[in-house]
Design a binder for this molecule. Structure first.
Ligand SMILES: [Zn+2]
Length: 305
């Protein structure tokens, strides 16, 4: 009964990993076991998340285009699926939101969004930047509309596009009040609730033109290598009490105990030669121009001597 419940709930998280048994820290099912338990693909060479260190500017990367993201106060379902806090029933958005442009090889429709977080604010994000971990990370999961549905897309190398948003502890963010409003209804795995999302755009950082982009995978088993990742440069902030709401969630361990649902992030995976592109080419050129100008002035000053 419980297993089938988890299986059904896992479908809500990532259909591609439906039924995969995993957690983050147990000896039998934790992250260190994923590569052996799920050799296709958790031991692959195009895995996520990654530590973002060196990026290659790509001036051809335009802004991500957001369509139908401007609908306000839409009712959605939120669920504790035993792995995360996930918001589904995006079908209540009419017309459905989708993204294109940026580094995306197609048009991708929103399916759900969910969070990864730590037991304190020193960790919790999946991606890191020069080793820096953020307190949490929001993932907005989209599927390529050239396929007929999410499940079909989730089996294709260009099937999914996830937007990653880093979350830091700071000012309270009222766009995320749905977490405070629903968390007590979804403390335990299998719990669901309904709530209203004030604004999808409000969940995103205000500056969306700077982002990193690379080809990777789902960050939960079965780790399918089907995700085009877009990770925004600018983070958003939640207050400590908003983050504490997420940390108050629970899950059933495989030894049938109730435990805090925290640290539900996968450690970073090697790039294996992959390139992480950066959209901020104009920003880089500006810096380059400043360096070039300073360099020229030094040379001129030297010649005048
Ligand atoms: Zn995720």
């Amino acid at each position: 009964m419980f297993c089938s419940m988890i299986l059904v709930l896992s479908l809500l998280h990532f259909a591609a990993g439906a039924g995969a048994k995993y957690d983050y820290d147990s000896a039998d099912y934790g992250v260190t076991t994923w590569a052996t338990r799920y050799p296709n693909f958790c031991s692959g060479t195009r895995q996520s998340p990654v530590d973002i260190v060196n990026t290659m500017p790509n001036k051809n990367l335009g802004n991500i285009k957001f369509d139908n993201y401007m609908q306000n106060n839409v009712a959605v379902t939120v669920t504790n699926n035993g792995h995360t806090y996930v918001t589904s029933s995006i079908s209540n958005y009419n017309p459905v939101p989708f993204i294109s442009g940026g580094g995306l090889p197609g048009t991708y429709q929103l399916a759900q969004f969910h969070f990864h977080w730590g037991d304190d604010s020193t960790k919790g994000s999946e991606h890191t930047v020069n080793g820096k971990k953020y307190a949490a990370e929001l993932h907005l999961v989209h599927w390529n509309t050239k396929y007929s549905n999410f499940s079909e897309a989730a089996g294709k190398s260009d099937g999914l596009a996830v937007l990653g948003i880093f979350i830091e502890e700071g000012e309270a963010n009222t766009y995320y009040d749905f977490i405070n409003l629903t968390r007590h209804d979804v403390t335990y795995p299998g719990n669901t609730s309904t709530t209203v999302i004030k604004s999808l755009m409000g969940l995103l950082p205000s500056r969306k033109s700077f982002y990193r982009y690379y080809n990777g995978s789902l960050t939960t088993p079965t780790c399918d290598e089907v995700v085009t990742w877009t990770v925004f440069d600018r983070s958003i902030s939640l207050s400590r009490s908003q983050l504490e709401q997420l940390r108050g969630m629970k899950y059933f361990t495989f030894s049938n105990t109730i435990a805090p649902l925290v640290n539900n992030y996968r450690p970073v995976e090697p790039l294996n030669g992959r390139v992480v592109y950066f959209s901020g080419a104009s920003h880089i050129s500006q810096n380059f121009f400043l360096y070039f100008a300073s360099f020229t002035m030094v040379i001129l000053a030297f010649l005048e001597k």
